[in-house]
Design a binder for this molecule. Sequence first.
Ligand code: SF4
Ligand code: MG
Length: 324
Amino acid sequence: AKDLVEFRNLKTHFHTSAGIVKAVDDVSFTIREGETVCIVGESGCGKSVTAMSLMRLLEVPPAGGEILFKGKDILKLNKNEMSRIRGNDISIIFQEPMSSLNPVLTIGEQISEPLMIHLLLDKKKARKRAIELISLVGISRPEKIVDSFPHELSGGMRQRIMIAIALSCNPKLLIADEPTTALDVTIQAQILDLMRDIKEKFNTSIMLITHDLGVVAEMADYVVVMYAGKVIEEASVFELFKAPKHPYTKGLLKAKPIINQRQERLYSIPGQVPNPVELGQNCHFHDRCESCMNICREKEPPLRKDEEGHKVACWLYEEEAMVR
Ligand code: SF4
Ligand code: MG
């Protein structure tokens, strides 16, 4: 399949009173047409900032690098060109559908809006299409739902509506940032099914951000593991689960999910993601790594590809480290 999005050495840094936070630091990876790429890692690893950089939803533009969409650098587009892409080609759905839906507008009005703006449909046609979209995302009695307000729907239905809005203009890429984290397990499975259907039916690419490896196993074609602003491993989902290389990825796969009050799944790898303002030019995982060597504290491991295309950034796989 053709490349759809290519992140090239993306750097998104924030200047804070405590210092520079390198939220995304020299990140490169590719999303192909019709492919689901899962971005995995604990919170604060730069997954969401990567997506927000692509959507250009951050106040400060990235400090460096390129994000090619169909070969064109998104970071160089002007405001108008960007809002066209945002409405038409790339859509995003977030974790909390309630905060993304407008409480005073009906579901129909909210699905219609992008159709009227981007596809120039009139009100009547937009409403008709809204009803089709509500039905497409698996909600029964769409003629009734179209005139409902968000608070009248369940959490699972609201997330389906967000997906309907995201799909309204037939995007090439759907970005989903922890789309099922706030939902219970049954509804979560239904939403994931829906996203898989959409991908099959429309050949939509999906960039799925998650900290849940169960979701990754079910959804991903390709997996990018991020840690403290860096890509530390990437491979096909089959390869990653069969032969994980990075100690962090191995930890994620070994760790048993635990359920906390907010029903988020957390993984019990000892230690914490490092303070993002204090990151050195070394392996950011060294504090938590059982295999840590001297070189790991002193030098950053390069992200290197093996013959199968499996990439890892870890000194355990570098000859330079082994001869020391
Ligand atoms: Fe562990 Fe060193 Fe590999 Fe980092 S580079 S993951 S510290 S072995
Ligand atoms: Mg996030």
